[in-house]
Design a binder for this molecule. Sequence first.
Ligand SMILES: NC(=O)c1ccc[n+]([C@@H]2O[C@H](COP(=O)([O-])OP(=O)(O)OC[C@H]3O[C@@H](n4cnc5c(N)ncnc54)[C@H](OP(=O)(O)O)[C@@H]3O)[C@@H](O)[C@H]2O)c1
Length: 192
Amino acid sequence: MSSLNPYAAAHENPQGEGDARPTALQIVHDEGLVNKMSDKVIMVTGSSSGLGIETVRALHATGAHIFMHVRDMKKGQQVLEEILATSEGKGKLELLPMELDSFKSIRAGAAEFLKKSNKLNVLVNNAGKYSLRAEPQELTDNVKASATHQKEPQSTASKHNSAPTTSATSSSSTSSSRPSSPPAHQPSTPAS
Ligand SMILES: NC(=O)c1ccc[n+]([C@@H]2O[C@H](COP(=O)([O-])OP(=O)(O)OC[C@H]3O[C@@H](n4cnc5c(N)ncnc54)[C@H](OP(=O)(O)O)[C@@H]3O)[C@@H](O)[C@H]2O)c1
């Protein structure tokens, strides 16, 4: 086993879910980090589904105080209880509601966070939505206003790119760095 990458062999022949590749929780165990990060405060956006759930599960095992950002409190509460039922972590786990496509909701969520903690050691920007053809009605308040403001007159926009291509939520760096067609406000061919 290489000390530089102890998991290299496990990645040589991937077999899908449940294969030899380590989960985040396994890495926390392997690194001897269970309840070793009790002085840390961590927030994970989009904690109510998919990768967010597993990220919270692993980070909570470190003993850190975790804020689970969610937009649906009922769904978030179910996930929180499911994680707590098996977690070895002794840190607090709490929900923080925010709609990330609304600046009003983001500001309210940030204010709520500041009432509960005076520090944030780690922010995991996991929540995200990626769409090549987000329709204007999917956007809300400030984001919608901003998209409308940026839209150029129809004469310069490509026919096939007439809908805004910006994601309603792009809190994840991965979502904003994925390849996409040109934004609606740019001509499809570069100006000479
Ligand atoms: N899964 C992959 O293979 C993969 C590959 C590359 C990159 N990624 C990126 O990794 C991140 C997580 O992926 P995933 O597959 O775990 O996604 P997912 O299961 O769809 O979970 C996305 C999370 O973001 C939340 N969310 C979405 N829009 C939101 C909004 N406007 N306001 C607040 N919360 C919002 C969702 O809340 P709800 O539960 O309420 O819907 C959910 O908790 C995404 O940024 C995705 O682009 C994923």
